[in-house]
Write a protein that binds this ligand. Structure first.
Ligand code: SF4
Ligand code: SF4
Length: 144
């Protein structure tokens, strides 16, 4: 069922964020050219579908057209809750951040890459299951 797939994605996103947190706090805090200041709008169709199906409250607050960088970048960082962020925001790890993660040992980076691979696979599955369930609902509502 698509709802189960959405739950699995949510769990893995939380795990990946927790795994990265100590490195992000250390490395990104002192970054001279933050990635969030070099992008604008990153949502894909699967991100939008995940948001819709997760039923989580969306905390979209567009901070303004004129400023530099992502629309959702606020004065103290990302203004979106974890599950409202595009997947690329979870899976993008620049070389500096990767270097810090790899310094801590050989496994964390490999585990993260594997988690992102599985999330990517589940997002494809979510899409297929959503289309399938929608089609079945529509077929059931057609009077015979
Ligand atoms: S991920 Fe890399 S580029 Fe982005 S804020 Fe962190 S250190 Fe900077
Ligand atoms: S959504 Fe948040 S994490 Fe992603 S680029 Fe924008 S400010 Fe950064």
């Amino acid at each position: 069922m698509v709802s189960e797939t959405v739950d699995k994605i949510g769990t893995l996103i939380r795990q990946a964020a927790e795994r990265q947190r100590p490195y992000v706090e250390r490395v990104c805090a002192g970054c001279k050219a933050p990635c969030c200041e070099r992008v604008h709008y990153l949502y894909t169709e699967k991100d939008i579908l995940y948001l819709r199906l997760s039923g989580l409250k969306q905390t979209w607050r567009r901070e303004g057209f004129m400023k530099k960088g992502c629309w959702f970048l606020g004065p103290s960082g990302c203004s979106l809750d974890l599950h409202s962020r595009p997947f690329i925001c979870h899976s993008y790890i620049c070389s500096e951040l990767e270097g810090a993660i790899r310094e801590s040992g050989p496994t964390v980076m490999d585990e993260l890459r594997e988690t992102f691979r599985v999330i990517g696979m589940l997002r494809g599955q979510m899409w297929a299951e959503y289309l399938d369930e929608t089609r079945r609902r529509e077929n059931n509502s057609i009077p015979s």
